[in-house]
Design a protein. Structure first.
Length: 449
């Protein structure tokens, strides 16, 4: 028999049968140990069960559903005590509404369905493709609880600017604190422990990968009964997913890019791959850091292809070039200016938030046509008329690639059927080939080629 008591929205205590819960509350890990003949791989399961000084066993409440599911599947008797009524939903006072928007009917009706899922479950993750209207869904959820105090968190300023703009015309009267996680984290735990009824985490996949992150520390110090994360992608590995679920909950609603394209609210990615000229000297870089620096950041052939492709695509609308390193962006700008006499704009972490918004509005209006950007524009950027997104950063992460592609899938009233996504194949280095293979498999699986 497995006996569990729900202490609060953060923690559950295992009263009996800890060993029965272990398979559901653990994940596979691999480490390497140096031995005489090289490195030996060691696999083991890492537990998510925590013990206090009295050896009492606890786990995050968001993982309770995993334990229940595991017990049902394996015919394990489970008894759950909820003395404080934590799992009893707070009844919504209103139907979802936003001034001037029909959430219930038409091609955007999935927003109503996802809002209702959030209101019913009250904790978990809404996984909705970029451009599906996550801001409308957040505001629609808040409208169901007109007297609730709300905390909206994100890790960059761009989504916050967009959320504030949408909030101003939404008709909502709630008390809503809006902040970056970095700014909010500076407050002491006692200031927000019992202050909020609803916590909304935008781009949740970014901030909750670790149980020691700022997001995690805020959520562990809040008893908000309604806690929801919004994201277009989940992390790539199981441990990160479990960290998200522990403090928020499981995926409770989803809209894929395919579904968005079918509903004509998203544009279908058209992947265009260009193989760069062979360069045998790139094969000598064995360490990934060296390979990335020489094969990507300072690869003149790659940077020339990026510039020429941007100049070709800009005839159809604004172009976004995404990079990881500031030096890479600077190299692209110099090449465009010195060789092709073209001025590109560069946005990175130190670019003022007001300047970022000016650039975003300039892209929408057509005054600014080609922008190079680091991760600050990889997420949360709303420029529906983008004609092309150029993936200049490489890498193997599905989450990172999908986030980048999502910048271009936003649609303009159904008028933009496709968006060009450009990627590059560097065949001369092991790391570059392997990482490109990961991206290629993603494109094939999503049927974008």
């Amino acid at each position: 028999m497995l006996k569990i008591r729900i202490e609060d929205p953060v923690d559950c205590q295992i009263l009996e049968g800890e060993e029965l819960a272990f398979p559901a509350l653990s994940h596979q890990t691999e480490t390497y140990k140096k031995v005489q003949w090289g490195n030996k791989r060691i696999s083991k399961r890492k537990s998510l069960i925590r013990h206090n000084n009295k050896s009492e066993a606890y786990f995050f409440t968001g993982l309770l559903y995993r334990v229940q599911k595991y017990c049902i599947k394996n015919n394990i008797d489970i008894q759950i005590d909820d003395p404080n009524g934590i799992m009893i939903p707070i009844l919504a006072e209103n139907e979802p509404f936003i001034n001037g928007k029909n959430l219930k009917d038409g091609k955007w009706s999935y927003q109503y369905e996802l809002i209702k899922a959030a209101a019913n479950y009250q904790r978990g993750i809404i996984k909705a493709a970029t451009g599906s209207g996550k801001t409308s869904m957040m505001l629609g959820l808040i409208s169901c609880y007109p007297n609730a105090s709300v905390l909206f968190l994100c890790n960059t300023h761009v989504p916050i600017t967009q959320f504030k703009a949408a909030l101003s015309s939404s008709g909502l009267k709630n008390i809503i604190d809006i902040s970056t996680i970095q700014g909010f984290y500076r407050k002491k735990p006692k200031e927000y422990f019992n202050k909020y009824d609803i916590i909304i985490c935008d781009e949740a996949h970014e901030g909750l990968r670790s149980s020691k992150s700022m997001y995690a520390k805020v959520l562990r110090n809040s008893l908000a009964p309604i806690r929801l994360g919004f994201t277009a992608t989940l992390p790539d590995n199981e441990a990160d997913v479990l960290n998200m679920e522990g403090l928020l909950g499981p995926v409770i609603g989803e809209l894929t890019i395919h579904e968005g394209v079918e509903r004509k609210v998203l544009s279908k990615p058209k992947i265009v791959i260009k193989k760069l000229p062979d360069n045998s000297s790139l094969s000598e870089y064995k360490k990934y850091q060296d390979a990335y620096y020489n094969c990507v950041v300072n690869n003149r052939a790659l940077n020339r292809a990026i510039v020429l492709d941007a100049l070709e695509d800009v005839q159809y609308g604004p172009v976004l070039i995404l990079v990881t390193e500031i030096e890479h962006g600077e190299n692209i700008l110099k090449l465009a200016q010195n060789v092709y006499n073209e001025e590109f704009i560069f946005v990175h972490g130190t670019t003022d938030k007001n300047e970022r918004e000016r650039i975003r509005q300039g892209m929408i209006s057509g005054e600014i046509d080609i922008v190079v950007a680091t991760s600050v524009f990889k997420k949360g950027l709303d420029v529906p008329n983008l004609s092309s997104v150029i993936l200049g950063f490489g890498g193997k992460s599905d989450a990172q690639t999908l986030q980048a592609i999502g910048r271009g899938t936003r649609n303009v009233d159904g008028a933009k059927e496709r968006v060009i996504i450009r990627d590059y194949f560097i065949a001369d280095n092991f790391h570059m080939v392997r990482h490109f293979g990961h991206r290629l498999c993603l494109y094939i699986e999503e049927e974008w080629l």
